[in-house]
Structure formats: C-alpha cells, structure tokens
Design a protein around this ligand. Structure first.
Ligand code: C2E
Ligand code: MG
Ligand code: MG
Ligand code: MG
Length: 283
C-alpha cells in the first residue's frame, strides 16, 4: 500500500504512472520472481511440513501444529511469513493449502496405528482465502476420506480476519465441518477484531493466545492483563486455551498460575521434521 502511494505520487506530476522508479522496479521484479518461483514450488516438491509440539501441564505432548516450509533452490529456506501473504494474494494458497492439508492428514492417518501417537491432535493453518473457496468443505471432507484420517483429531486453525466479512457463510462452513468431527482453533487471538458476541456463536474448540502477548507477559502489565482476560474468556465460553510462543519457564509458570493448561513454544520444542518430535520412537 505504501508502495502504491509512492508510485502514484511520483507519477502524478506528469499525470502518468512511472514504471521506472529504479528502487520500485527492483522490488517489483524481486516480487515477481518470488511469485513465479512459488508457482513452481509445488510441482518441484520444494514444500515440506515441519511440526511443533503442543504440551499440557506436565509437559506431555497432546498435539502438534503443522507449519509449511519452502526450500527454495537458490534462496534457501523462505519463511511462511513471506510467502503465505504472497500466496494469498495470487490464490496459490488454495493449491498450497490443499497440499498442506493432505500431507497433514496422511500423517494423522499413520498415527492411528501407533499407540504413542494416536491420541495426538494435528493442527493445520487455514488462510481466509482458502476457507472462502466455495468448495472448501467438500475438499476437506474428500481429503479426510481419501487419507482415512480421523476427523476428530484434525484441528483447523483460523484467524479472526475470517469473520470480518461473510461471517455467516464462514460460520455455516464451520458447522458443516464440525458435523464431520473437525475441530477449530482461533489462532493469534487478541490481535484482530473479534465481536465477543459472535465468538459465542462459532463452533470453536480452542483459543490460541497470540505470541506477542506471551512475549511481553512479564514486562508489560497490559499484555499480562490481556492474557488473563483471554484465559478467563476461554473458561467462560468453555473453550480450551493454548498459549503460543512460550519461550521461558517464567512465562510457563505465570500462565499455569493463571489457569492456562496448554502451551506451544520454543521452551517445549521448535518446529522441525517429524522425527524430531519429542515422542517415544514409533513402535
Ligand atoms: P502461526 O500459525 O501463528 O504459527 C506460529 C508461528 O510462531 C510459527 O512461525 C512458529 O514457528 C512460531 N513460533 C513457535 N513457537 C515460538 C516461540 O517460542 N517463539 C517465537 N518467536 N516463535 C515461535 P512460522 O512457522 O514462521 O509461521 C508463521 C505463520 O505463517 C504462521 O503463524 C501461520 O500464520 C502461517 N503459516 C505457516 N504454515 C502455514 C500453512 O500451512 N498454511 C497457512 N495458511 N499459513 C501457514
Ligand atoms: Mg497457527
Ligand atoms: Mg499464531
Ligand atoms: Mg500468525
């Protein structure tokens, strides 16, 4: 947006848009190249999933979040913070999201046969663009059927931005998926705009406290107050609450003392390949 403003301001004098601002040109080219590469990432099998544990009070792993990674042939690892927004803009997120979901569900199905893993929930991030596709529900159901993954173990992570527009449509889709057993978690909670009244009407199972509040918890009273309120809200709505971005014992102790019983963060394990999950070896 800032880019566009600059763009138009420069051109405005001559009543034309300049494509020759050199800095802009470089940035647009870099972006176009990244976008072209991203288009090839799926067919070239450059995407992979990492998994991060979610733990309960005594550190026992109760779930896992799947996080997509892009291994670019020249640039190395590109962060999802960089390519997911790009994929959302150009709709590639639909294909990428389907790949993520299918890969995750294949894993989930494998865990059923493994006593050390079959209790785990698997959380998958779903972007608003992907969720708003007309056939999203059918796609998820088809993937569950094809992979034979247990729907009750699948947790879709959605963000508050999903409910800014067409919220009744979003709710209806959630209800349909809920009928199949799929669970929902509200990711990055507290950073977006949520109508609390509407929250009550959504078939949610979990609130995820955004990591920015957890990070500042011990140094900033406002963050501490927000976290305490989210925990209280979750309790009164009968939702599970997970704190994300837990990095220190002190943060975990504070959270535990305030009634939060699920944690995710570097303290318990960084996202990594499946084999690195802190779980007993597969039997
Ligand atoms: P998110 O879903 O909120 O995921 C949590 C992010 O926090 C992850 O970043 C994770 O690596 C990071 N994290 C976990 N514990 C800690 C901690 O203790 N400290 C710090 N500083 N960070 C921690 P990541 O993997 O870079 O992903 C960033 C975002 O990209 C995700 O945020 C999610 O919004 C999006 N994303 C990732 N994978 C997917 C995907 O498959 N589909 C979609 N639509 N979005 C995805
Ligand atoms: Mg997430
Ligand atoms: Mg989050
Ligand atoms: Mg996030």
């Amino acid at each position: 947006q800032a880019d566009m403003a600059l763009f138009q301001a420069k051109g405005a004098g001559r009543n034309t848009l300049s494509f020759f601002d050199p800095e802009m040109q470089v940035r647009l080219q870099a972006r176009a190249r990244l976008e072209a590469d991203l288009r090839l990432a799926l067919p070239r099998e450059e995407l992979l999933l990492h998994y991060q544990p979610q733990v309960a009070c005594h550190g026992e792993v109760v779930g896992v979040e799947a996080l997509v990674r892009w291994e670019h042939p020249e640039r190395g690892r590109v962060s999802p913070g960089e390519f997911i927004p790009l994929a959302e803009e150009n709709r590639l997120i639909v294909a990428i999201g389907a790949w993520v979901l299918e890969s995750a569900c294949r894993q989930l199905a494998r865990w059923v046969a493994d006593p050390a893993r079959r209790h785990l929930t698997l959380a998958v991030n779903v972007s608003p663009r992907q969720f708003r596709e007309a056939d999203f529900v059918e796609r998820v159901v088809a993937i569950l059927e094809a992979t034979r993954a247990p729907a009750e173990r699948l947790k879709l992570e959605v963000t508050e931005s999903l409910f800014l527009e067409e919220r009744d449509e979003a709710r209806a889709k959630m209800l349909r998926l809920r009928e199949h057993g799929v669970r929902f978690s509200l990711d990055d909670f507290g950073t977006g705009y949520s109508s609390l009244a509407y929250l009550k009407r959504l078939p949610l199972d979990q609130l995820k406290i955004d990591q920015s509040f957890v990070r500042d918890l011990l140094d900033d009273e406002t963050s501490a107050a927000i976290v305490a309120s989210i925990i209280a809200l979750a309790e009164s709505l009968e939702l599970e609450v997970v704190a994300e971005g837990v990095e220190t014992e002190a943060q975990r102790d504070w959270l535990l003392a305030h009634g939060c019983t699920r944690y995710q963060g570097y303290l318990f394990g960084r996202p990594g390949p499946l084999a690195e999950l802190p779980l007993p070896a597969t039997g």
